[in-house]
Every structure is written in structure tokens, then in C-alpha cells.
Design a binder for this molecule. Structure first.
Ligand SMILES: [Ca+2]
Ligand SMILES: [Ca+2]
Ligand SMILES: [Ca+2]
Length: 342
């Protein structure tokens, strides 16, 4: 079976960015727990309350000023309104104020490590990876957002912006922002010790990366832009204590080192419960027509629960990219995934 058969007809309703209902409950960071700006090192906007509530993004090519600057090497800890849980796909988003400039996938971005806690004492850091050059991009330089993984501060924030007034702040594609899946922390020692409950994350801490000094999870120096620090706009829960339904849609995205990717789209209620028109896709943070993006894929599995689409052809090694997908089922449950090419 190839992608020309039923799944693509089903995907035919997918559009780039559409309107959608806003969540009724508060799903954003609600309280500042701790702030350390390192004396305002690097300059910026030092208003921690700006990191609470919904994102007020600047769109693709502008950075929001409704942010709190961490200060170079500084940190901010916030309490979320409802505990975040490790549900299907991405569990929460962090909005910084990166903006696209200088070419497809290139951004001015200042990054922060992301840490989570369920008891307010023990924090686990997402395993960050940096795959860009070990050289300073300079005060006005740009970086490829696909060189960064599990760091906040790369993907432009569309939610709350004038250019994308209907962008859903909980949709991994429409919202923009950097996406985090608690599944990436299942092997963290704190989980094994019973000190981190991935079903009830109450606090998120953002720690500014000192460019050229701080190391990723593989021991590589991280290099980001500018002489300032990451600027935090919002933290938004997607999978949380108030949406514990176990019959929501399930996306799984894997990208190989050769660039081939596999996207599995399933629903426990059966594939008919998926809302095909809600499928969203982005490449390098830029929303795109999902059906067109997936048209090069083959259907490698199709059953009652869903199907798997696979890109059969390796991509040039120079082509780096971040892919994101989001979908809902007919009850409005959502799932999003985002990955960079390793
Ligand atoms: Ca998850
Ligand atoms: Ca920034
Ligand atoms: Ca369902």
C-alpha cells in the first residue's frame, strides 16, 4: 500500500493553521517559586510574572517582549496550575522568544536547560543535546534550531501573536514553542529512587545556558546566540491531571540518523475516532500542509487502531530538521510530537 490510498484521502482535510477552541482550565504556569537572575547579568527584562499565564508570542520573525530574562546562568522556577503528567507524546511546552532570521530553520535563539520536579526539592534535567559547531555564533549570529534538542529557546512562539491569532497554545504545531516529553526522563535516576513522579510534575525550572561554557548531556559545549540570556514567556501543560482520559490519540515519531522518519497515528477507540482535519505539521517550526509533507511517505502499517507512515528514502546528511505533528480525536483529546534529526 502506498500513501496514495485511503490515509491520504483522510489527511486531505488537514490545513496549515486553523482556529480551535481554547482550553477552559488554566494550563499555564501560575506561580513564581524562585528567581535568580545572577544580578541581571546580560541585561534584559526582569519581570518573573511575565513567565506566568498564556504565551504572548511574537510570531515567526519577532521575539516577544512579554518575557522574563533569566540572566546569564540564572534560573527561574515556576509552579504549574495543574500537575503535568507523562501522557502520549509531548507533555508540556516552554515558550521563549526565539525568532526566525537568515534562512529556513535559522533563528536567533538563547537557550535554557529545562528541569522538572514533583516534590519541589528534587529536579531532573531533560537530557539536552547540541549538535552545532563548537564556535561562537557572535552577538548577531544565528543558529540552526535543529542543532538543539531538549533545550528551551529555539522554536518561535506563534501562540498569542498577532500573526497567528487563532493558534492553540496547547497544540505542539500551532503554538510554536519548545516541546518536552517526560518520557525522555523515564530513565532518570530520580525516578528509580522514587524522588520524581512523572505522573505529577508540579514545578518547572529554566536554567540559562552559558554559551561556550555549559555542557549538554553528552559533554559537549552548547553554543547559542547573543550576549544575553534566555527569555521566558510561558510554560504550558498539554498532558496533565485534568485530562487523564486513556482513549486520546497517540502519535509516535522517530527520525533516523539517515533522515528517514516514521510517524505512527493511533487511537485506542479506533482510527475512525481521529479527527483527520485536526492534523497539523511543522518543519523547522514553520507550520506546513500536513498532507503535502506526508505525501512522500509510504503506509507501512494499517490496522483498526491507526496506521504508520514512513519516509522510504534517506535524506542528505547536510539536511537537518525538526519535525512536529499534532492531532486530536473527535472528543477533543490531543497529542503532539516533536523531534529533531539526530
Ligand atoms: Ca509524554
Ligand atoms: Ca531570547
Ligand atoms: Ca479517542
Amino acid at each position: 500500500m502506498n500513501a496514495g490510498t485511503w490515509p491520504l484521502a483522510w489527511l486531505g482535510g488537514a490545513v496549515v493553521v486553523g482556529s480551535s477552541s481554547l482550553p477552559a482550565q488554566a494550563v499555564h504556569a501560575a506561580q513564581v517559586v524562585a528567581v535568580d537572575t545572577r544580578g541581571g547579568l546580560g541585561g534584559g527584562v526582569f519581570l518573573p510574572a511575565n513567565a506566568l499565564g498564556a504565551p504572548q508570542g511574537g510570531g515567526l520573525t519577532q521575539g516577544s517582549t512579554h518575557v522574563h530574562s533569566l540572566g546569564v546562568g540564572g534560573s527561574l522556577t515556576v509552579q504549574v496550575a495543574v500537575p503535568v503528567r507523562d501522557g502520549p507524546g509531548v507533555d508540556f511546552l516552554v515558550a521563549e522568544n526565539a525568532f526566525a532570521t537568515g534562512g529556513f530553520g535559522l533563528v536567533f535563539g538563547e537557550v535554557a536547560f529545562v528541569e522538572v520536579s514533583s516534590n519541589g526539592v528534587d529536579f531532573a534535567r531533560f537530557p539536552a543535546r547540541y549538535r552545532g559547531p563548537d564556535s561562537d555564533p557572535g552577538a548577531f549570529g544565528v543558529v540552526d534550531l535543529a542543532h538543539f534538542e531538549n533545550l528551551a529557546g529555539m522554536v518561535p512562539v506563534l501562540a498569542g501573536s498577532l500573526a497567528f491569532p487563532n493558534a492553540d497554545p496547547q497544540d505542539v504545531v500551532e503554538a510554536g514553542s519548545d516541546a518536552f516529553d517526560l518520557a525522555d526522563l523515564r530513565v532518570d535516576p530520580l525516578v528509580g529512587l522514587g524522588l520524581l513522579d512523572l505522573t505529577a510534575i508540579t514545578q518547572v525550572r529554566l536554567v540559562d545556558v552559558r554559551s561556550g561554557i555549559d555542557l549538554d548531556a553528552a559533554g559537549r559545549r552548547v553554543r547559542d546566540c547573543g550576549s544575553g540570556s534566555a527569555d521566558i514567556d510561558a510554560v504550558t501543560a498539554i498532558q496533565h491531571a485534568n485530562n487523564m482520559a486513556t482513549n486520546g490519540p497517540e502519535l509516535q515519531l522517530a527520525i533516523g540518523v539517515d533522515g528517514r522518519f516514521t510517524l505512527a497515528i493511533d487511537d485506542p477507540d479506533g482510527w475512525q475516532d481521529l479527527d483527520g482535519a485536526s492534523l497539523r505539521a511543522s518543519v523547522q517550526g514553520l507550520p506546513m500542509d500536513a498532507a503535502a509533507l506526508l505525501s512522500a511517505c509510504q503506509v507501512t502499517r494499517a490496522d483498526a487502531r491507526g496506521f504508520t507512515l514512513s519516509l522510504p528514502t534517506p535524506l542528505p546528511s547536510t539536511l537537518r530538521f525538526r519535525l512536529a505533528f499534532a492531532i486530536r480525536d473527535r472528543a477533543g483529546h490531543r497529542c503532539g510530537v516533536a523531534r529533531v534529526r539526530p
